[in-house]
Design a protein around this ligand. Structure first.
Ligand code: ZN
Length: 137
C-alpha cells in the first residue's frame, strides 16, 4: 500500500469561478505508480469548494442561480462582520462541499463519461490550494 500526497496551486479570478482541474489531478496520478486505489481531492479552504460536474457553462449558470436563490446577499447573516458576501461564501462552501473521492482503476482516474473535477471559487479571486491524496497499490 502506497500513499502519495501532493499540493497544487491555482489562481481564481472571481466569485463563482469554476476551474477545471481534472488534468492536474491526472498528471499527479500518472507520476505515481498506483494501479488501483482511490484519489481524494481536498480544498483546504472555508470559502471555496470542489465538485464533479459536466464541463458546460449553462450548468454552472444554473448552479450559480441556485446558490443565489438559497443564499441571497440581502439576507441577515451572523458572520456579516466580515461582509455579507463573505458570510455567503462560507455557507456556500458547506453546501458545495470541500472534497471529492474517485476510484483509480488500471492506473487511471475513474470518471464518468461527462464528469470533470472543478475547483469552485466562492469568495473573491485569489491564490488557492488543492490537496491530492492517492492511496493504493
Ligand atoms: Zn469569514
Amino acid at each position: 500500500m502506497k500513499v502519495v500526497q501532493k499540493e497544487i496551486s491555482i489562481v481564481t479570478r472571481k466569485r463563482f469561478d469554476f476551474i477545471k482541474i481534472t488534468k492536474q489531478i491526472e498528471e499527479v496520478l500518472d507520476s505515481v505508480k498506483i494501479r488501483k486505489g482511490i484519489v481524494t481531492v481536498n480544498v483546504p479552504h472555508t470559502t471555496a469548494g470542489v465538485i464533479l460536474q459536466e464541463d458546460d457553462e449553462t450548468i454552472f449558470k444554473d448552479i450559480i442561480n441556485m446558490m443565489e436563490k438559497i443564499l441571497p446577499l440581502k439576507n441577515k447573516y451572523h458572520h456579516s462582520h466580515e461582509s455579507n458576501e463573505n458570510a455567503v461564501s462560507h455557507v456556500a462552501s458547506t453546501v458545495i462541499g470541500t472534497n471529492v473521492t474517485l476510484p483509480v482503476i488500471d492506473g487511471k482516474l475513474k470518471l464518468g463519461t461527462w464528469q470533470d473535477i472543478f475547483f469552485v471559487e466562492l469568495d473573491k479571486g485569489r491564490n488557492r490550494t488543492v490537496m491530492i491524496t492517492i492511496v493504493g497499490e
